[in-house]
Design a protein around this ligand. Structure first.
Ligand code: 5AD
Length: 352
């Protein structure tokens, strides 16, 4: 049985700017009939706006060095037990080569902040673009406009920078010495430079509430991102949040579903964090409206060192395992670039 109030909230968020109360109602659903209905609606929206497919992106974690002290992250600079590595450009190129040989058309280069110089990253991007017909997404955190400009000029296509939270006080409580305004400024720079911009949040970070998540979803609705990543918080033992519980699975899936219904077009990963709880829940993520899988191409010897949270499942995947995921979710695997699907994307003029 689906309550009329739930049907009404769902239809309202699809046709107008989503009201906070409606988002909160839908995020809080727990009755199996109602959550199934919510997730099925999200899949229908995804299939209409993004087609029935999963985009695949090869993830390479290029450095675990970080100057930041985010309360939730195992790579924070106060974690003396974290092992730190920085891949050489040649090592990264080898990983890109492997991904390209398997048919991948996107690599995501991710790292902590300050692992490498601006110039060496620009060189790396240029080398990748010269050697391989592959889109480059960056996920390297907050940087000055000039860095983003240099990397765009070198050929980078996309940039992922999660907002983490739109609540200023909550944001500050998670990120010592950092402010929400800087993050918003970074996202504005990335857009102005013509990057396909991605954002997102964790679900279940201590201090977060349904109301904060609802506000974050309104932010996604106002700001139109090409990509939105949503995954559960997982406590890391060497952080101040070590003793806190992990994010709730159902709330994470509801957040993915509601975000999909409201924003329609973004590429949304079934995140590594969803695959790293007590079992792999990425399939449930796909069944709640996600449409990206990011197999891990970080060399084996570095994988375990990129420990943003414990038991991170850095699956490489095979063509067969991807096909299997796709079949079970009723989606085709798309090895193409899968650029932004936002209606305005093709008409936007980058300032460089
Ligand atoms: N649990 C889950 N996700 C995390 N991230 C960082 N630390 C954790 C954690 N402990 C997420 C952040 C970041 C992304 C790269 O990983 O949202 O933006």
């Amino acid at each position: 049985m689906i309550r009329a109030s739930v049907r009404d909230a769902l239809s309202r968020i699809q046709s107008a700017f989503p009201r906070k109360e409606d988002l909160e109602t839908l995020l809080s659903l727990s009755d199996p009939d109602e959550t199934s209905y919510l997730h099925a609606t999200a899949c229908a929206v995804r299939n209409t706006y993004c087609q029935e497919r999963i985009a695949v992106r090869a993830l390479i974690e290029i450095s675990s060095v970080c100057k930041n002290s985010c309360n939730y992250c195992g790579l924070n600079r106060y974690n003396r037990e974290a092992s730190r590595y920085t891949m050489s450009n040649n090592e990264v190129l080898q990983s890109v080569k492997l991904a390209a040989s398997q048919g991948f058309k996107t690599v995501v280069l991710q790292s902590g902040e300050n692992g490498r110089t601006t110039e060496s990253i620009a060189q790396l991007i240029a080398q990748i673009k010269q050697k391989f017909p592959i889109a480059v997404s960056l996920s390297l955190g907050e940087h000055p406009y000039e860095d983003y400009l240099a990397w765009k000029r070198a050929g980078a296509d996309r940039y992922l920078l999660r907002i983490e939270s739109t609540d200023e006080d909550f944001y500050r409580s998670l990120h010592t010495d950092r402010s929400l305004s800087t993050r918003l400024e970074c996202l504005a720079h990335l857009r102005r430079l013509g990057y396909q911009a991605g954002s997102g949040i964790m679900v279940g970070v201590p201090g977060q509430s349904i109301s904060t998540i609802a506000r974050d979803i309104q932010f996604f609705s106002e700001n139109q991102f090409a990509m939105i990543g949503i995954g559960p918080f997982i406590p890391h033992p060497q952080t101040p949040l070590a003793k806190c519980p992990a994010g709730d699975l159902l709330l994470t899936l509801n957040t993915i579903a509601v975000t999909r219904i409201v924003t329609k077009y973004p590429w949304m990963p079934a995140t590594t964090a969803l695959g790293s709880l007590n079992r792999d829940y990425r399939m449930e993520g796909l069944m709640a409206g996600a449409n990206v899988i990011m197999p891990n191409f970080t060399p084996q010897r570095y994988k375990s060192q990129y420990a943003i949270y414990p038991n991170k499942q850095s699956r490489a995947e095979t063509p067969e395992s991807l096909e299997h995921l796709g079949k079970s979710a009723n989606l085709a695997i798309d090895y193409g670039r899968c650029d932004s699907l936002l209606p305005e994307w093709n008409t936007c003029t980058p300032i460089a």
